[in-house]
Design a protein. Structure first.
Length: 69
């Protein structure tokens, strides 16, 4: 598997996982999503923020753009 195929595979997997997470989280109300759960990013909302930032950073890198911090 070459680099491009590997990146495409990872992107498809990320899309699949994210959709499953979106569908599950759509059943939560805002308070439940933002509740401190005692985990590293505190809440499901905080974890989603981390995942989104990671996706934005990798997309910028792959596009040769400045990394958004």
């Amino acid at each position: 598997m070459n680099l491009l195929e590997n990146l495409q595979l990872q992107a498809r997997y990320s899309q699949w996982v994210n959709q499953r997470l979106y569908d599950t989280c759509a059943t939560l109300n805002d308070d439940d999503r933002k509740q401190d759960r005692g985990v590293f990013f505190r809440s499901i909302h905080g974890t989603w923020n981390h995942l989104l930032l990671g996706d934005c950073v990798w997309l910028a890198r792959l596009q040769g753009q400045p990394v958004p911090y």
